[in-house]
Design a protein around this ligand. Structure first.
Ligand code: GUN
Ligand code: ZN
Length: 472
């Protein structure tokens, strides 16, 4: 079988990819609006017109409704829902996690998904919540893995997902991912993370997702189960998540909430509609609030901003500026910033995946000091072999004659060869006054360079000499 998932462009651990399904090829990252087969707040054809390329629905709900079940088997899922593009189906695992029990056997619900021609089928995994005992996480993971092994052994007419569980234990997540990868699933959802996202535990989310990604390797398509709020698309995409599902657009609308990429707002507390989607263009705040169609209109706005953010993420991956987007998105909530700082600690991992970048490096905040380019340079700086008289200076200026080597100094990189000043990433746009994080990193690099070149004699012409640089 040709590769079902092809990666076209990369930035950080994120990528633009192409996933082949029986109902067409989907470009990722992709947001799948969740469709409830019982009550379609926005009917599927409407979702398609709004720009949804793919949707997700729940096979368990269809299976448990005698009328829907018969129609799904007779007509197929796509006719039933009214959507021609790819449809992913979930298994009822979520109902299992909420109600503790469901009335169907694991292989039965998987066979049903095959029978109704779902494009991506999900076996009945066990969504272990965060913070449970290690024993529980391990025993539930064993059961999930056993079911997944059975599922993987079947002849499959469509794509098969292998959910990665393991609660908040990164080692279990990584191990689970490694185990499932051997069984060649087509898509790997990271499951059991909805409670983390609901409670804004983005640092733990990064822990869990990066662990799973390390176990999977970079080639596998990853779905982040239940990630529907646009404020986390940049962060999740930067970790290498490719598929997202949004029930949020409808759930929040029912609660009367207005989604933005910076968080969730209540219309009662707003004065303006800071958005140009068709809903916000066609209504002012008062009209929106008083409309009998209020929930539907909110759902439409919520979905428009979500789809828009996904496109922006793609554009940023394409031009190599995802980190910049990440920094601005993660400035909108302290917990998101915690998530970004945690991801910054994965500099080495990101550095190994990150394609060389095209767009200018912008130093936007202390988080920019953790960017892969900075980590990469810190690892390579000792490779410079210098002898004789070396000048380290802020900028070109005059009086560089008589030196064997001239290095410019720019935090967070520290010293770099003058010849590279127009070259990425040293052509970075940085603030006039470097912050502490940038200065510290620059000082560390300077120290490494000096120690690696004992035969060279260093002179400095710097506005401020970083502390601990150890000049002689
Ligand atoms: N929906 C949200 N979380 C999960 C999960 O862990 N497993 C499945 N199958 N569906 C989910
Ligand atoms: Zn809007």
């Amino acid at each position: 079988m040709p590769d079902r998932f092809e990666i076209l462009h990369k930035d950080l651990a994120g990528r633009i990819g192409r996933l082949s399904t029986p109902h067409g090829i989907i470009e990722t990252p992709v947001l799948m609006p969740v469709v409830n087969p019982h009550l379609q707040l926005l009917p599927a054809p409407k979702l398609a017109r709004m720009g949804a390329d793919m949707i997700i629905t729940n096979s368990y709900i269809i299976h448990q409704d005698p009328e829907l079940k018969v129609r799904a088997i007779e007509q197929g899922l796509h006719k039933l829902i009214g959507f021609q593009g790819p449809i992913m189906t979930d298994s009822g695992a979520f109902q299992l996690s909420v109600y503790g029990d469901i009335e169907v056997l694991p292989l039965q619900i998987l066979d049903f998904q095959f029978a109704i021609q779902s494009d991506i089928c999900v076996p009945l995994d066990i969504p272990t919540p965060p913070d449970v005992s290690r024993e529980r996480a391990e025993s539930e993971l064993r059961l999930t893995e056993k079911r997944l092994e059975e599922a993987a052994a079947l002849d499959r007419p469509s794509l098969l997902a292998g959910p990665i569980q393991g609660s908040t234990y990164p080692d279990l997540r990584e191990k689970a991912a490694r185990f499932l990868k051997e069984m060649s699933f087509d898509v790997y959802p990271v499951g059991g993370v909805v409670p983390l996202m609901e409670s804004y535990r983005f640092r733990d989310l990064v822990n869990v997702v990066t662990a799973a990604k390390k176990g999977l390797g970079s080639g596998a398509p990853v779905h982040l189960f239940g990630a529907g709020h646009p404020m986390i698309f940049a962060l999740a995409s930067a970790m290498g998540c490719d598929l997202f599902d949004s029930a949020a657009y409808a759930l929040y609308a029912r609660q009367g909430r207005y989604l933005t990429v910076r968080g969730t707002w209540k219309p009662e507390e707003m004065k303006y509609l800071p958005c140009s989607c068709p809903v916000c263009q066609g209504h002012d705040l008062k009209e929106l609030m008083e409309s009998p169609q209020r929930i539907k209109l909110l759902a439409m706005h919520n979905l428009y901003v979500s789809l828009q953010e996904m496109k922006l993420v793609k554009q940023c991956i394409r031009e190599g500026s995802l980190w910049d987007l990440l920094e601005s998105r993660c400035r909108s909530h302290p917990r998101l910033l915690d998530g970004l700082k945690r991801l910054g600690k994965e500099g080495q991992w990101l550095e190994g995946l990150d394609a060389s970048r095209k767009s200018t490096f912008f130093y936007l905040s202390s988080e920019s000091s953790s960017r892969p380019e900075v980590v990469r340079y810190a690892r390579r700086i000792e490779r410079f072999a210098l002898e004789g008289d070396v000048l380290i200076c802020d900028d070109p200026g005059s009086g560089i004659a008589g030196f064997d080597h001239v290095l410019y100094f720019k935090p967070p990189f520290g010293p770099y060869p003058a010849e590279l000043s127009e070259t990425y990433p040293f052509n970075a746009e940085v603030p006039e006054t470097a912050d502490d994080a940038a200065m510290k990193q620059a000082a560390r690099n300077m120290k490494l360079l000096i120690e690696a070149n004992p035969r060279a004699s260093f002179s400095f012409r710097l506005r401020s000499l970083p502390e601990g640089a150890g000049g002689r």
